[in-house]
Design a protein around this ligand. Sequence first.
Ligand code: ACO
Length: 390
Amino acid sequence: MDYKNKKIKGVLKQDYQFFSHGLEGVAAFETSISYIDGKDGILIYRGIPIGELAERSTYEETAYFLIYGSLPTKAELKKFSNDLENHISLDTEDIKWLKDFPVAAHPMDVLNTCVSLMSLSEGGDYEIGRESDLKAGIQIMGKMPSIIAAFDRIRKGKEPIPPDNKLSYAANFLWMLNGEKPKEKEARILDLCLILHAEHGVCASTFATLVTSSTMADVYSSIVSGIGTLKGYLHGGANEQVIRMLERIGAPENVEKYLNEATKKKEKIMGFGHRVYKALDPRARILKNYARDLTGKRDEVLFKTALKIEKFMEKKFGPKGIYPNVDFYSGFVYKALGIPTDMFTSIFAIARSAGWIAHILEYRESSRIFRPRGIYSGPVNVKYIPIKAR
Ligand code: ACO
């Protein structure tokens, strides 16, 4: 190639059809899985408002609805729940891996590594297509709660607890985590949290799974991308950071000083703001009520601190459309259920696996590789100088 005489005239803006920093306001594909009306704070899964699903559905039913596109019959739901149960147990090899992980590892990294490990059993024979994608997806959904529960027990020096197949998905997680059968109310609240977190349009982690699957990579790799993306504190990782921020603030009387200083430095306040919602996130509204109900004496000061933050933020940032998002109150609910703070985001990931799988299957039907461009702002026609002459 005659690269020596090839000159670039300059970067042509017309090379780019469209520019949107962080892809704000860009639609890249059609979906019938969920819709967010950010102005009025409405979220629907396949047409049904989230509040109605939270009140009347179960996580297994909602996951089926998202993945298969219609509400299941009794027989379909039973089969789906059985399919999940068939994967929930960890074998001795899985437990051996978990015992080898550093106890200080973050549960999201454990989850990511274990989903990657699951792909090894495919032996490189994964055939991209609905059947393999669904099989892998259901295996991942089934195993995620067991992995996180077992890791928490192992790092505390306890033995993992096998699942009890008579329990629901949410109740089984609490059983495997705590070694005690959860009260009906506790299991139902976790179930509700899983429903609220199961799907949320083209959020960063769902987009990441789709970028990966759009290259015709398998579901394991796609979900690994999703988990990695969810971990960041601007996305799912915020739920953990909210509790840490509240603990740093310590008491309602410290809120004003903390927030004035933080916002002066342009720091983001965890659990507030959203790219799409410019009103209160409907999931935050539901979770706030549960957080209020569940928060006992031990966390009363923390909850009062949260209410004071909300008030301050509403006054200062409400006019800008910044309100609490799903992550602001979810931590209180997890905390009240006895779940350690560093596991909050992995519960989000367990729930969101349904949405990720639904999107992968949907996008596969009209798949096109994602390939945006970056506006080149570097130099052109730079001469190569050999190392000796530099
Ligand atoms: N605290 C203070 N100011 C904020 C916050 C916040 N939490 N969120 C947005 N803003 C301000 C920004 O400083 C910016 O102000 P400016 O116009 O004066 O520069 C304006 O609002 C727009 O903010 P962006 O960062 O451009 O909004 P973007 O859509 O890119 O980011 C995000 C959305 C990441 C959620 C952001 O609001 C944020 O960082 N929030 C805190 C982290 C968090 O709670 N993440 C969880 C989101 S929900 C989820 O993913 C499950």
